[in-house]
Design a protein around this ligand. Structure first.
Ligand code: NDP
Length: 337
């Protein structure tokens, strides 16, 4: 059983030396347990927070722990009455080939699901995050302008497409021309702006002649600086993530923007609200799944996966996720289907 552990806490961007690959005999299930064989491992930005011991909404990993992560696995051995060898399950085995489970928290997947890995993306946690954050906090209305960054990732792509279903004008922000083209041509956004451009703020202003009614915050940093002056009276800002800041070790350079933010909040009577998907909306998963599985089956929501082969590639792929090297939902294929 190969497993990847937190070898040390990163300072700034994670590096290869913060991870350690270990090999141990495959564990055997006791009565009431199953042995899971990981097929797909999800890599997500929140893992950067767990590697750090700064206070957060979830306790940090300890140095030496197996890296945490959502997984889609096959039941390899079962001594649990509810599971049979070969079942597909959604769980949280982390970065390893095999894991034992007592069945708590495991979700059996439909054996006829054409792409089980999609349970880690559009039909799972990131899709759920997009759905609740946009609809419950963003409250988009037909004709309004919605802006979302990390526009080709699983959260951003889903946010923008739901925005289109609700009749919004949707402007994406993404890293690079190819991603921007995908946002417009495949996902159906009205425009998409490359945040690497020096004149990001001017380009965004041009793309949003009516201002911004909903800004779905995924990244923070320069993108938020460009968005802030464009927000309309009564704008809603679901604060989902600030991935541009996850590797920061100091406050950003330049003048203090806090007074500007407070002033804008007041004058524009805006609403900014942070949320943590499972903690705030765990009891509404069925509502999400009903809508999203229908939209997805009808082809109204498109989904792109970025697949990496082999558990040993996980650290490098994860480092790349925080730099925008992924193009779509980042998933590691750990084992055979
Ligand atoms: P993505 O697959 O979109 O990956 C992150 C992306 O962020 C990168 O691909 C990159 O895209 C973009 N990015 C990285 N650095 C910067 C930067 N400096 N400026 C602008 N963009 C940057 O991730 P997810 O869709 O999984 O997650 C999106 C956000 O949602 C994250 O902030 C994540 O933490 C948050 N999240 C929050 C949850 C909650 O419960 N609140 C649950 C799930 C996710 P590009 O190349 O296009 O810039």
């Amino acid at each position: 059983n190969r497993s990847i552990h937190l070898a040390s806490r990163p300072h700034g961007a994670p590096k290869a030396e913060n991870f350690r690959l270990e090999t141990a005999p495959r564990p055997s299930p006791q009565a009431g347990q199953v042995l899971l064989r990981t097929v797909y491992l999800s890599l997500d930005p929140y893992m950067r927070g767990r590697m750090s011991d700064a206070p957060s909404y979830a306790p940090p990993m300890q140095v030496g722990d197996v890296m945490v992560g959502g997984t889609v696995s096959r039941v390899a051995e079962s001594r649990h009455p509810d599971f049979t060898v070969g079942d597909w399950v959604l769980g949280a085995s982390g970065w390893q080939d095999y894991a034992l489970s007592d069945g708590k928290g495991l979700v059996k997947l439909d054996p006829n699901m054409p792409h089980p890995s999609h349970a880690l993306g559009v039909l799972g946690m990131p899709g759920f995050t997009a759905y609740m954050g946009l609809l419950d906090i963003g409250q988009p209305k037909s004709g309004e302008t919605l802006v979302v960054a990390a526009a080709t990732g699983p959260v951003g792509a889903t946010v923008g497409q739901i925005g289109k279903l609700k009749g919004c004008r949707v402007i994406g922000v993404a890293g690079g021309e190819e991603k921007c083209r995908h946002a417009v041509e495949v996902l159906g956004f009205d425009a998409c702006i490359d945040h690497h451009h020096e004149d990001l703020a001017e380009q965004l202003a041009q793309a949003c002649p009516q201002g911004i009614d909903v800004y779905f915050e995924n990244v923070g940093g320069r993108v938020f600086d460009a968005v802030l002056p464009l927000l309309n009276t009564g704008a809603r800002v679901p604060v989902c993530g600030v991935v541009a800041q996850y590797n920061s070790t100091a406050l950003p350079e330049g003048p203090d923007r806090l007074p500007l933010l407070l002033n804008t909040l007041l004058r524009k009577r805006m609403r900014m609200q942070g949320f943590i998907i499972w903690a705030d909306y765990g009891d509404r998963y069925d509502e999400f799944y009903r809508d999203m599985s229908a939209w997805y089956a009808e082809g109204r929501i498109k989904y792109r996966e970025h697949r990496v082969e082999g558990l040993e590639q996980a650290p490098d792929a994860f480092i790349g996720l925080l730099e925008g090297r992924n193009f779509g939902k980042l998933v590691v294929q750990v084992g055979e289907t």
